[in-house]
Write a protein that binds this ligand. Structure first.
Ligand SMILES: [Mn+2]
Length: 458
């Protein structure tokens, strides 16, 4: 049943589509509860006859059940629902968790990577569980789950949206439709919060005040159920998703300044200070990451289109980079050696790997936001990842904490070749990096022995 192991096409509620917050981790879990909570739910407390109170309680009830069900799945318990796959016994190994991030409003030219996660999942069904090195993902007795997509909101046409009264109206319209209103925060913040929640880092989710579902308050942090022990594999989405993801992964694993680094494979440095006056875009995300973790802990491989401001930036800041030109005469194992030597010299212990699929030649990946001719072949990239994985495993000093593969835009694709390349990179990446994924625990863990509160149980 190899096709059950990996990236299943997610369940998307009927009627949800382009531009809607489709496929959100929480919102999609709604479909796992066929009963209308409006009728099935009976608040136990006094005053339950009050319709407003009952409705509000039931929203909460549903919300928390969804969280508990995801937590159970990730803890390795059986959860017989489609789209979430339980693949092993309860154990202390890291769980590989796919997280789709269907956001492409960070791009300046070609849109469409919001459909990347969907395309990657679809194409993944043709792949088995073996990787080129002979490693079989099933041999790890690990749990591999697909957590679905992070909820993204693409309707941001008017600054009016951020007015309190407008937001309140929007939230009430969700409630009128029987849906849980989104906590309307920026997409970048939402990605960071969701990733933190997945990784077990305390986060204060924006939620609804008890007596007014149209309002938003911050709950105490106990309200989030930390999952922890996760190796996240993010499927983009445009490259701006990497910035909030790095913030979350770093918060989960970093123990001291300078111990966390990112390795980019990308045709572009994405190192503009701002694009159209905005700080976080897919053309400036690496600069934001650099602000966060320090430029000397930023590594870039495959650069071949660079603006003057970016070249000055990465040179002056001391970003470590390999242009595509320099790779022409470098073997993948030499690159891996240079990367490891540099990381060790920087005293790095935790590594985030970010692959912009446009690092591959434009002829290989037409379905991407910024195709760039003159790039590497899939063979070269896979070899480089294998060499790197083997070296990290041998050294045992650096743990790979997360992988993202971004900028797959299926509308521009031909014969799904770009999505195929993305799946290849993901599977080979997990296969070769997994042995280098150490058992070290993420920040705050949910202890397996801790009982869920009764109201959290399924
Ligand atoms: Mn790029």
């Amino acid at each position: 049943m190899a096709d059950k192991l990996y990236l299943r096409v997610p369940l998307v509620p009927p009627g949800w589509g382009h531009g809607r917050p489709w496929g959100g981790i929480l919102s999609r879990m709604l479909s796992y509860f066929p009963d209308d909570p409006g009728t099935a739910c009976n608040p136990p407390m006094a005053g339950a006859a009050d319709e407003k109170l009952r409705r509000n309680y039931c929203f909460w009830d549903r919300y928390l059940r969804q969280q508990a069900s995801i937590a159970s799945a990730v803890a390795g318990q059986e959860l017989a629902v489609d789209g979430v796959v339980t693949g092993g016994s309860r154990n202390r190994q890291k769980v590989v968790a796919f997280v789709g991030v269907p956001m492409d409003i960070g791009v300046g030219y070609r849109h469409g990577s919001r459909f990347g996660p969907r395309a990657v999942r679809e194409v993944s069904s043709q792949f088995g569980s073996g990787v080129e090195t002979g490693f079989d993902l099933r041999d790890t007795d690990q749990v591999i789950v697909d957590l679905g997509d992070i909820e993204i909101h693409s309707y941001v046409l008017d600054s009016d949206l951020f007015r309190d009264d407008v937001l309140k109206e929007v939230r009430h319209s969700y409630i009128a439709n029987g849906e849980i209103p989104p906590a309307w925060i920026g997409n970048i913040q939402r990605i960071e919060n969701t990733m933190k929640w997945i990784l077990g880092v305390p986060v204060q989710p924006a939620v609804f005040e008890a007596d007014d579902p149209g309002s938003v308050v911050l709950l105490p942090e106990q309200s989030s159920i930390p999952l922890g022990n996760i190796f996240p594999v993010l499927i983009g989405g445009d490259h701006s998703i990497t910035y909030p993801s790095v913030k979350a992964v770093r918060a989960a694993f970093s123990r001291r300044p300078g111990d966390f680094a990112i390795l980019y494979f990308d045709a572009h440095p994405d190192y503009l200070k701002r694009r159209s006056g905005l700080k976080t875009t897919h053309a400036s995300q690496a600069r934001r990451v650099s602000d966060e973790i320090g430029p000397r802990n930023v590594l870039m491989v495959g650069i071949r289109y660079i603006e003057k401001e970016e070249l000055e930036g990465i040179t002056q800041d001391g970003v470590k980079f390999w242009t595509m030109q320099s790779l022409q005469h470098l073997a993948p194992d030499t690159l891996a050696e240079q990367i490891c030597d540099y990381l060790n010299q920087q005293n790095v212990e935790h590594l985030y790997i970010s692959v912009d699929i446009d690092v591959l030649d434009a002829s290989v990946v037409p379905g991407t936001g910024g195709p760039e001719p003159g790039g590497m072949q899939t063979r070269w990239l896979v070899d480089a990842l294998h060499e790197l994985g083997a070296r990290l495993q041998r050294d045992g000093r650096i743990s790979v904490e997360a992988l993202d593969v971004v900028e797959t835009a299926p509308d521009w694709d031909i014969g799904q070749v770009t999505a195929l390349a993305a799946v290849k990179v993901i599977l080979e990446g997990i296969g070769c990096l997994y042995p280098a994924i150490h058992e070290e625990q993420a920040g705050l863990q949910r202890d397996d022995g801790v009982e869920l509160e009764p109201w959290m149980r399924l």
